[in-house]
Ligand binder design. Structure first.
Ligand code: KE4
Length: 426
């Protein structure tokens, strides 16, 4: 029995599914989850001493690579002054000023502890600001696990949301409407069908939770126009794309300005951090200034702020990081597509910047329905083969691959060699 198997055997006895977040259980790929003991740069080490080239990067936070020396140093220094005070600190002011300086649509920002909390709070703020209750989200987009976001689209996009999880009362999702990603008509139909009732449209500006599905040309601009026209707020959930596609995220990359933005992952540098922010008049609705209540014991934690401030500062001071990340992404994901296609594998390799994903389907993947045509059994085989060859991919089809500044061309070539071997041997 491997150490990971032994640890997993223990874990399942006292943690649901043996993990603290479902995707980590490797259920979709039928493997024992690898228990990781350390990481550095673009590599992670498991409890059995196996090293892997990491394409998850903790699901996005590790854009500079694992354990960047300056991030680690700032965490150690901050911890030396105390772990948490439950009081205002300068670190929180520095972080807020940094985000407001970098992201033009953000005049005020509130720190929370996860992407889920950021989305839950942004949705509440949008409802409080507009006095409306309904929210539009897109099938295939994931915005964390707050009740209102755990919605399976009703039979038609016109029907009210029905809970997609046990324990979520119908009342929590009846105001959540589902539209089709990259389909502006499906959004306008909802606005027309729910006049003056929609508080906000929330969207992943690049879908990264149904696999990677970039926005069609004009889609984000169209959402901006529709929200303006119908008096709803546009919320960009940039938990993944924030500070990744560009320093000012997807809104900078595509030049579309939302009313509210949610962040997570990269802004914490690996520590538990989320944030939501936007126009001053909207954010002034948030307690203690306004009537929208939101709070958190560890929000703005000084040690977490130190990690995030350092990571964001490095990104801000080295804009070339994005050029290299996006160039590497264009080259790497195109190479993967070429190798798989030369091996007569029906596949779509969707990518944008450092985000990418392999779907095993002949159909172009432009929304949730087309993503679901992917052959998840072949993905499972692909994942298993790559893991055995030291390449650590997302243990589920409907996730993303994340490149970091630590991924060298030589390391990416190592991954491409594994893809070549997969095509040869499988
Ligand atoms: P967290 O609560 O997990 O910090 O963030 C929720 C969230 C919100 N919005 C978007 C666009 C997200 O991608 C996420 C979380 N992403 C997943 C990866 N698909 C986290 C991995 C996990 O659930 O373990």
């Amino acid at each position: 029995m491997t150490k990971s198997e032994e640890l997993f055997k223990r874990a399942v006895r006292c943690i649901p599914g043996g993990v603290n977040s479902p995707v980590r259980a490797f259920g979709a790929v039928g493997e024992t989850p690898r228990f990781i003991v350390s990481a550095k740069g673009d590599r992670i080490l498991d409890a059995d001493g196996n090293s892997y080239l990491d394409f998850i990067g903790s699901w996005g936070p590790m854009i500079l690579g694992h354990n960047h020396p300056k991030v680690l140093e700032s965490v150690v220094r901050a911890a030396g002054s105390g772990l948490s005070f439950g009081a205002a600190t300068e670190m929180e002011v520095i972080m807020a000023e940094l985000i407001c300086d970098i992201v033009p649509s953000i005049e005020m920002v509130r720190m929370v502890n996860s992407g889920t909390e950021a989305v839950m709070s942004a949705v509440r703020t949008a409802r409080g600001y507009t006095g409306r209750n309904k929210i539009v989200k897109f099938m295939g987009c994931y915005h964390g696990h707050s009740d209102a976001m755990l919605v399976k689209a009703g039979s038609g996009v016109m029907t009210q949301g029905i809970p997609d999880s046990a324990g979520v009362p119908a009342g929590c999702t009846e105001d959540t409407l589902s539209a089709v990603y990259n389909d502006l008509d499906s959004v306008e139909t909802l606005f027309e069908g729910n006049p003056d009732q929609i508080a906000a449209v929330i969207v992943e500006p690049v879908g990264a939770n149904m696999g990677v599905v970039p926005p069609a040309k004009g889609f984000l601009e169209g959402l901006r126009d529709l929200c303006t026209r119908y008096g709803a707020l546009l919320i960009f959930d940039e938990v993944i794309t924030g500070f990744r596609l560009a320093l000012d995220g997807a809104q900078g990359y595509f030049g579309v300005r939302p009313d509210l933005t949610t962040f997570g992952k990269i802004i914490g540098g690996g520590m538990p951090v989320g944030a939501y922010g936007g126009k001053r008049e909207v954010m002034s609705m948030v307690a203690p200034v306004g009537p929208v209540y939101q709070a958190g014991t560890l929000s703005g934690n000084p040690v977490a702020m130190a990690a995030g401030i350092t990571q964001l500062s490095i990104l801000k001071e080295n804009p070339d990081i994005y050029r290299k990340l996006n160039e590497n992404g264009d080259w790497f994901y195109s190479e993967i597509a070429g190798i798989l296609k030369e091996g007569n594998r029906e596949c779509q390799v969707n990518h944008i910047g450092s985000l990418g994903c392999v779907f095993f389907t002949k159909e172009p993947v432009v929304n949730y329905a087309s993503a679901k045509t992917s052959d998840v059994k072949e993905y499972r085989n692909y994942f298993k083969f790559m893991l055995e060859h030291g390449i650590y991919l997302a243990p589920a089809q409907f996730e993303a691959m994340f490149l970091s500044a630590a991924h060298t061309r030589a390391d990416l070539e190592e991954a491409l060699d594994a893809v070549r071997a997969y095509v040869r041997e499988k």
